[in-house]
Design a protein around this ligand. Structure first.
Ligand code: XMP
Length: 528
């Protein structure tokens, strides 16, 4: 195991992710972790970057015992400063900001001056390397017993190594993709220098996580969690099921604005397919009742749906808790499962302790704040593609694993104008045809998100010799990696023609179909 001590850099989690990619197991803990409390000895330690300056009065520092473990240490950015600080407090030149790409020159020492290990960090790498810099401080000179192993035009000590101990510091970030060969460097450190084992797999993650959940929840503990049919909540739910069986209670709230047949399908997959203890609440009427008359305020739709969701979830939780308590030896429901992924976590674990500020879980519409439940978040260290891999590993159907994201307020924000049962029908049917054709054309995975929206206007058409005055469907399909920026998908004309023909023919009330060719920005992915 590699111990990653986190000083709060926005990139810290990428370090553990890269190590996972190398099949190396690592644990990330706050930088103030006392080593005496650790209970195990790491094969090596990585000190992450961080937003501080080591010479600030309130700057965080590692337990000095790290330097007595006698294992290799790699300091990245702030981590380099921290090593330099440990060995000589006068080596810092103060703030000199440097961000962005830089060209690194590697300096090799051979066996002569410093023993073979200093060159090992840059083994199998070219002498010139593109790297990503993001730091505030730099060294004025090297601490005693260190040698330079890399320089840039701006930073004469962009990389340093101790002459006799396996301590290394680098000013750049090897964990980001902007440092194209960064993974080789991390491999050199973790696998060759630390000799960490490379047998970690997603299967092991499952075992470890199940163990952790069991320990956390105890032999009688009960957990509740909302599921949406999306990949994150399903994977989290399946993991809970594996860990504690029916003491995990999944709740699917049908808000009346899910996709066509969705509630039914999700129920089938989760119960019959995955064996999850699921309660489905059909609350369509309550949701649609409250949405009535809301015509031109998308945020109001979101609020109504979010608040109604919380209300219903709370009612259901109470009921389930009472039943579970009555019918078994089980304890109270104390835990709330959330399928939060790493990118959803606003702050990383900083030295101030684990962060409690979590973005409300998109797909399930928000966290009931006053329920007094403890959070359990098995996916909080993972990225989306890792969750998909985990999902495959847990036997979740491929269809579900690759599902496009779907907003909590559902098609209510894809029906521009008032949401009525009739508008829901039209939007649903059109959406169903569009997605069906995308899948049939083998394009579903090339597209990040696709849907049909219903515009609040009527247009004239001619159908079967008759003049009609009917509604307009707008199709939207985008490609994106992070959903922050997106491009519309360049379907070919024949595909669009087919979808348009089917929607106009098969969906009652629609006489026109348009394709949205707005990128994000300036458009958003959703239309409201
Ligand atoms: P926008 O429209 O902001 O969407 O470009 C970016 C991503 O977020 C999803 N989205 C939402 N998800 N509740 C959600 O759970 C919402 O209110 C919401 N609004 C947008 C959207 O589907 C896309 O994936």
């Amino acid at each position: 195991t590699i111990l990653v001590l986190d000083f709060g850099s926005q990139y810290s989690h990428l370090i553990t992710r890269r190590l996972r990619e190398l099949n190396v197991y690592s644990e990330m803990l706050p930088c103030t972790q006392k080593l005496a409390d650790l209970g195990w000895t790491p094969k090596g330690v990585i000190l992450s970057g961080g937003p501080y300056s080591v010479y600030w009065n309130d700057a965080p520092h590692v337990d000095p015992a790290v330097f007595e473990l006698n294992v290799p240490i790699l300091g990245i950015c702030y981590g380099l400063q921290e090593i330099a600080w440990h060995f000589g407090k006068n080596v810092l030149a103060g703030e000199k900001r440097e961000y962005g790409h830089a060209y690194l020159k590697v300096e090799r020492h051979g066996d002569s001056e410093a023993g073979g290990h200093v060159d090992k960090l840059f083994a199998d790498l070219e002498d010139d390397m593109e790297v990503w810099m993001s730091h505030g401080d730099k060294l004025s000179h090297l601490p005693e017993d260190f040698v330079t192993v890399a320089t840039t035009s701006n930073a004469p000590f962009a990389g340093m190594a101790h002459k006799s101990k396996k301590y290394y510091g680098i000013q750049f970030h090897p964990e980001v993709t902007h440092t194209p060969k960064g993974k080789v460097l991390l491999k050199n450190f973790a696998v060759d220098i630390c000799e960490a084992r490379t047998d970690w797999t997603m299967g092991k993650f499952v075992d470890q996580e199940i163990e952790r959940i069991r320990r956390l929840v105890g032999p009688k503990g009960q957990v509740i969690g909302a599921v949406s049919g999306g990949v994150d909540s399903t994977v989290a739910a399946k993991l809970m099921k594996e860990a504690i069986g029916d003491r995990f209670h999944a709740v699917l709230v049908d808000n009346g604005v899910l996709r066509m047949n969705e509630a039914k399908q999700v129920k089938e997959t989760l119960t019959a397919g995955l064996g999850i203890n699921l309660t489905v609440i059909d609350a369509s009427e309550r949701f649609l009742g409250r949405l009535k008359g809301v015509t031109d305020d998308p945020e109001k739709k979101r609020k109504i749906i979010g608040n109604t969701f919380i209300e219903i979830f709370q009612e259901t939780a109470k009921k389930i808790a009472a039943e579970a308590h009555e019918s078994s030896e089980a304890g109270e429901i104390e835990w709330l499962l959330q399928g939060t992924l790493y990118p959803d976590v606003i702050e990383s674990i900083s030295f101030k302790g684990p962060s409690a500020t979590i973005k409300t879980h998109h797909n399930v519409g928000g966290l009931p704040k006053d329920m007094n439940l403890k959070l359990i978040e098995p996916l909080r260290e993972l990225f989306k593609d890792e969750v998909r891999e985990l999902g495959m590993n847990l036997g979740i159907p491929e269809d579900l694993v690759w599902r496009h994201p779907f907003p909590g307020p559902g098609i209510a924000i894809r029906i521009l104008g008032e949401v009525t049962p009739e508008q829901v029908r039209i939007a649903r049917e059109a959406d169903y045809i569009f997605i069906e054709e995308i899948k049939a054309a083998g394009l579903y995975r090339n597209i990040s998100q696709a849907f049909a929206a219903l515009l609040p206007v009527k247009a004239v058409g001619v159908m079967g010799d008759k003049r009609v005055h009917d509604q307009v469907i707008a199709l939207r399909a985008v490609e994106t990696t992070d959903f922050m920026t997106a491009d519309w998908y360049p379907f070919d004309g024949a595909f669009l023609k087919k979808v348009s023909r089917r929607i106009v023919n098969e969906v009652n009330g629609v006489c026109r179909v348009v394709y949205d060719i707005t990128s994000k920005p300036p458009g958003t992915i959703e239309m409201e």
